[in-house]
Design a protein around this ligand. Structure first.
Ligand SMILES: *Cc1c(COP(=O)(O)O)cnc(C)c1O
Length: 471
């Protein structure tokens, strides 16, 4: 079966045409890792602790919270979230003061996370009218908002420009024409960045790669197309070219990919200076820093990422003889993924000898599509047995009508029993924002926990919500 992931890559899944999406064969030789919760290290949110055998986050007992709020439930460690935003701001202001950190809101979006991002001094990436609407609802400073997307509709462009967003990131020449015309109609000059496809192959999971040449995003460098289009942008009325943008992929562990992208971009900036006499204000290197989904993952730190990117910009600007631009980065996943967990109640178990053990939770691909989509890996524990070692290998499957509906494939887990509360870590990014109501499943509530307090920031979807729009 062929399907598209959110980056538009098409991937073969399943053996034969028309076959249902199914799980990869289980490795029956895999041994449980014997770890207890606190031994999971970087996968855990900052304030994770175990007391009385129960997992606590933000000083709140996850087992009690699950009972009070019901499951499935998204829980965010607010201290972790704020801490990562502060680390990004501090790291970049230390190594490259003329910089801004943009939160890529598509990773996790609700009003509260945007209020926090504003408080923490972030700028904001939005990639459509809906994300922009949320930013406007919380009075996010519009001059700090950047609008992305390979096809922003006429309406989205008009709303963004009328609202006064700081930058529109141009993706195509067709869009240049629209932005120029709308800016004229609104009587404004719109600052824009051009998104360039630098042809850098990010060293990451092959499904998540956007910098390579075959991409629906941005102006290609092939045949010097992007370079020649700079002339069009400079000639267009009501538009002011503020700089260039690239985004080479996501969940990237190898920092050298960013360094290579910086080199390509700075060389581009230097050629633009030489040919058009323009020294741009902004260089936006996108997001993509990887995080620890499993105990085997060894991501670079936020500080290392800042150091690598900033030193590459300084080095290549000196080498190519251009002034150092303002440096922008757009992290999504690395700000929110590890701050979030999902709680579920285990309600069905089924062992197929020599095949696998299924442990079903009251959610699945509706609240976390990543496992079904590209066999993403996660760590899980039983929140009410958090100090016990993980002694079994199980597949945490969902409750949806798809064979491929799973949250954790062949993961270590404490001995599961009906009624246990499972906690899956690292679900703060690209789970809620990619959620659906498949099978009529209402979306989970979102709870922020901090200093022993739990507050619902997004209420659970109701059955009425699901069909409210039907006439
Ligand atoms: C998705 C995206 C990001 C964020 O990527 P992460 O991997 O979540 O850090 C940043 N910029 C652009 C243009 C994106 O599409």
């Amino acid at each position: 079966m062929k399907f598209a992931n959110r980056f538009g890559n098409f991937t073969e899944v399943g053996e034969k045409k028309g076959a249902a999406m199914s799980l990869p064969k289980s490795d029956l030789t895999k041994q449980a890792d014997g770890l207890t919760t606190m031994e999971l290290g970087a996968v855990l949110p900052k304030t994770a602790a175990v007391e009385g055998g129960h997992l606590h986050i933000g000083g709140v007992d996850m087992v009690e919270l699950a009972r009070e709020q019901g499951t499935a439930l998204y829980v965010f460690d607010e201290a972790d979230l704020r801490d990562r935003m502060e680390q990004y701001r501090e790291a970049f202001s230390e190594v490259y003061p003329n910089s801004e950190v943009l939160y890529a809101s598509k990773a996790f979006l609700n009003k509260e996370v945007l209020r926090i991002a504003a408080e923490e001094g972030m700028c904001l990436d939005v990639s459509g009218g809906g994300e922009l609407y949320c930013a406007r609802m919380v009075d996010f400073p519009m001059e700090r908002v950047f609008m992305h997307g390979n096809y922003k509709t006429e309406r989205e462009l008009r709303e963004a420009m009328a609202a006064g967003v700081g930058r529109i990131v141009l993706d195509t020449r067709i869009e240049l024409g629209r932005v120029s015309r709308i800016a004229g109609e609104l009587g404004i000059t719109q600052k824009v960045l051009m998104r360039i496809t630098p042809g850098v192959e990010a060293d990451t999971h092959e499904y998540i790669k956007t910098g390579c040449e075959d991409s629906k995003f941005g102006f290609t460098m092939l045949g010097d197309f992007a370079f020649n289009c700079v002339e069009d942008v400079l000639a267009a009325p009501n538009v002011d070219l503020a700089g260039f943008h690239c985004h080479i992929g996501s969940q990237i562990f190898a920092l050298h990919s960013f360094r290579e992208a910086v080199q390509v971009m700075v060389e581009f900036v230097a050629r633009v200076k030489e040919r058009y006499g323009l020294e741009v204000e902004d260089l936006d290197m996108g997001g993509g820093l990887g995080i620890a989904y499993t105990t085997a993952d060894r991501p670079s730190s936020i500080y290392e990422f800042a150091e690598c990117t900033a030193s590459a910009v300084k080095e290549f600007c000196a080498e190519y003889g251009v002034k150092e631009p303002r440096l922008l980065v757009e992290p999504g996943r690395s700000l929110v993924a590890n701050a979030g967990v999902t709680l579920y109640t285990i309600g069905i178990m089924k062992t197929l000898p020599d095949i696998r053990k299924y442990v079903a939770v009251d959610g699945g691909m509706s609240d976390n599509i990543r496992t079904a989509l590209y066999h993403a890996e996660y760590e899980a524990v039983i929140a009410n047995k958090a100090d016990e070692p993980r002694t079994e290998i199980v597949t945490l499957c969902g409750k949806h009508c798809e064979s491929g509906d799973a949250v954790v494939l062949d993961g270590s887990l404490q001995h599961p029993e009906l009624g246990d509360i499972a906690c899956v870590f690292g679900t703060g990014a690209y789970c809620y924002t990619m959620s659906s109501s498949y099978n009529g499943q209402p979306r989970p509530a979102i709870v922020f926990v901090k200093d022993g307090q739990a507050r619902v920031v997004t209420r659970r979807e109701t059955y009425e919500d699901l069909f409210d729009r039907d006439l």
